[in-house]
Design a protein around this ligand. Structure first.
Ligand SMILES: [Zn+2]
Length: 263
């Protein structure tokens, strides 16, 4: 079966602890083990540049470029628009297939919501201008994320590492959005997430690792990589009553269309 990991961070230094050759070594290992395509996702100007470099180096890697809400808070106000312009310039690259990851993260104290909203909205508008889909990060911010997306009907995208319930998943699908599931859908007590995985329209379903983070069962506590994606895929297949091969092909086709860049 062929797999498409819709969200990974092989630029992350944590790979150096466990994989010979670091992130590049982990990428090649996963590819040799049958993961046919991977989207490497940026979260800042620097990691977006690294994502483009990986996509240039490996024919089975495509890139997303963008500024994550937590990274947005680290940029001095005076440099924000220049950072956004650099993301937009990078997005012209043929192997950049989405703007992301972008969104809201209200998990930590001292969140600058105005800053996050400015950067999130600017990148939604950028993606619409460039006819690219977006990759959304949303943490402790389900309502505000939905509201901002609903106010930007010209965009399409994916809710990455989805953490909401079935009703929210249905609402996004009704707007034409994709939903991507990661390691937590394999956790024993993830009933709400399992209901969501059942509720997503078949043509909107994606799977991802978000590696090196969020390893699935039975690899919790380890450094995650795309070679573990089949555990998440198998969990989603079982929830939906599909053979793993059929779920793999479905999510592969969905991701290929999503990251296909027609323009
Ligand atoms: Zn991520």
């Amino acid at each position: 079966m062929r797999l498409f990991d819709s969200h990974a961070h092989y630029n992350d230094r944590r790979f150096e602890e466990e994989f010979e050759g670091g992130g590049r070594g982990a990428l090649l290992k996963a590819h040799a083990e049958g993961v046919e395509m991977i989207c490497n996702v940026g979260s800042s100007v620097g990691t977006s540049e690294e994502s483009v470099a990986l996509a240039e180096e490996f024919d089975f890697v495509v890139a997303a470029v963008g500024i994550h809400p937590c990274d947005a808070q680290e940029i001095p106000a005076i440099s924000l628009d220049a950072a956004l312009a650099r993301i937009e310039a990078m997005a012209a690259h043929e192997k950049v297939r989405a703007i992301g990851e972008i969104g809201y993260d209200f998990h930590y104290d001292g969140t600058n919501r105005e800053r996050q909203e400015y950067v999130f909205a600017a990148q939604l508008e950028m993606a619409a201008r460039l006819s690219l889909p977006v990759v959304i990060h949303s943490r402790d911010a389900a309502g505000p994320t939905f509201d901002l997306i609903a106010a930007h009907r010209e965009n399409c995208g994916v809710l990455h590492s989805f953490s909401g319930g079935a009703e929210l998943a249905r609402q996004y699908c009704a707007m034409g959005w994709h939903i991507s599931f990661s390691g937590p859908v394999t956790y024993k007590n993830a009933n709400r997430l399992k209901e969501a995985a059942l509720a997503v329209d078949a043509d909107k379903l994606l799977v991802e690792t978000d590696c090196p983070y969020l390893p699935p069962v039975p690899h919790r506590g380890e450094i995650n990589y795309s070679g573990y994606l089949h555990h998440t895929l198998e969990a989603v297949a079982s929830i939906r009553g599909l053979a793993p091969e059929d779920a793999a092909e479905l999510t592969y086709q969905n991701a290929s269309a999503f990251f296909g860049r027609t323009k």
